[in-house]
Write a protein that binds this ligand. Structure first.
Ligand code: AKG
Length: 302
C-alpha cells in the first residue's frame, strides 16, 4: 500500500487542535470517484430494505419505515459487510491522518453509516462512545466520513470541546445502560457545543471520550455519515475477547501496521455498559427508552 507522510495530511495546528478540543475536520480525504463508489454501494444496501418489516443484522430501519415507503436509519458494519467500504478504510490519506492522531498500527473495531435522511432522520442523544466500548487505552476515535455535505441545518454532529479529557458520564437509567446521559443532571453547558460541518469527502475525527450527539434532520437535504471506529492496535476492548471473536478476526480488522497481543494499559475513567440495555441492536434502540431527551424530535440547529 502507498504510504503518505502523516504531516502532509494533518498539520501541526490541526494536531494541536485535536489534542485540545478532541475533534478536527480534515478536508478532501476522499475523491469524487471514491464518493461515487460509496454512493453506489450504499444505494445497493438500501435497496434491500424494500422487503423488510424489521431490523436485520445489517439494516436498521427508521421508526416510520414501511415496505411501501422504505426508510433506513443505519447500515451496520459496512467495513465488514461491503468490499467498497472495506477498501475505503485503507485509503492512504485516511491512514495517514489516523497515523498522525493515534499512531501507525490501526484496527477497525466497528463501523456504521447513519443515514439521517432529509425531513425525518433520527436524532442521536448526547453520549460518549467510551461508555459503549472502553479499551485498555484511549487512543481510539471515530472518523465521520461525510458522504453528503454536513451543514448547519441538516443535523450535523455536535461536540463539546474539551470533554474528551473530563469524566466518563453515567449512561444508565433505572439500573440499565441506555447509551445516553441525562442532560439535566450532567451539569454540561450545551451552549458550548460546536457543529461539525464540511463538504462531502471531508472527514471529522472525534476522540472516543468526546461528548457528542446530533439533532433530527428537519432540512430538505440528506446527511449520510459513514462512521469508522478506529483503535490503536494495542488498545484492547476491555469487555473481552468475545467482542473480537478470535485472533484471525482481530487480524482481519487491521487497516494498517501490525497487530499485537500486548495491550497498552493507561488509566482512564471507565464505566462499563452493564447491566445491559433492555433494548439492544443499536444506539437508536437503546436510546428509545431514555426519559429525559435533549433532542427528542427537536430540530438540530438549536
Ligand atoms: O450520526 C450522528 O450524528 C451521531 C453518530 C453517533 O454518535 C453514533 O452513532 O454513535
Amino acid at each position: 500500500m502507498d504510504t503518505l507522510n502523516p504531516a502532509s495530511v494533518v498539520s501541526d495546528a490541526q494536531l494541536a487542535e485535536y489534542r485540545e478540543k478532541g475533534f478536527i475536520v480534515v478536508e478532501d480525504i476522499f475523491s469524487a470517484d471514491d464518493l461515487k463508489q460509496m454512493d453506489d454501494a450504499l444505494n445497493g444496501l438500501i435497496a434491500e430494505a424494500r422487503d423488510l418489516t424489521e431490523h436485520t443484522n445489517v439494516i436498521d430501519l427508521e421508526p416510520t419505515h414501511t415496505p411501501e415507503r422504505p426508510r433506513v436509519r443505519r447500515i451496520k458494519e459496512p467495513f465488514l459487510n461491503h468490499p467498497v467500504f472495506n477498501e475505503m478504510a485503507k485509503r492512504p490519506k485516511l491512514v495517514a491522518a489516523l497515523t498522525a492522531l493515534i499512531g501507525p498500527n490501526l484496527r477497525m473495531h466497528g463501523s456504521k453509516i447513519n443515514l439521517k435522511s432529509a425531513e425525518y432522520g433520527s436524532p442521536v442523544e448526547w453520549h460518549q462512545d467510551w461508555a459503549f466500548y472502553p479499551h485498555t487505552n484511549d487512543d481510539v476515535l471515530a472518523v465521520g466520513v461525510m458522504l453528503d455535505d454536513m451543514t448547519d441545518d441538516n443535523g450535523p454532529l455536535l461536540c463539546i470541546p474539551g470533554s474528551h479529557t473530563g469524566p466518563t458520564y453515567d449512561h444508565h437509567q433505572d439500573g440499565h445502560f441506555v447509551g445516553a446521559i441525562d442532560p439535566e443532571s450532567s451539569g454540561i453547558d450545551f451552549s458550548t457545543a460546536e457543529k461539525i460541518t464540511g463538504k462531502a469527502g471531508s472527514c471529522s475525527f472525534h476522540h472516543v471520550r468526546m461528548m457528542h450527539g446530533s439533532g433530527q434532520n428537519t432540512s430538505g437535504k440528506d446527511r449520510r455519515l459513514l462512521l469508522f471506529q478506529v483503535a490503536a492496535a494495542d488498545a484492547w476492548d476491555i469487555r473481552g475477547m468475545d467482542r473480537i471473536g478470535s485472533w484471525d478476526q482481530f487480524k482481519k480488522t487491521m487497516i494498517a501496521g501490525e497487530p499485537t497481543n500486548e495491550p497498552r494499559v493507561v488509566v482512564t475513567p471507565i464505566r462499563l455498559p452493564y447491566p445491559e440495555p433492555l433494548k439492544k441492536g443499536s444506539i437508536y434502540e437503546s436510546q428509545t427508552l431514555v426519559k429525559n431527551k435533549y433532542f427528542g424530535s427537536k430540530p438540530a440547529a438549536e
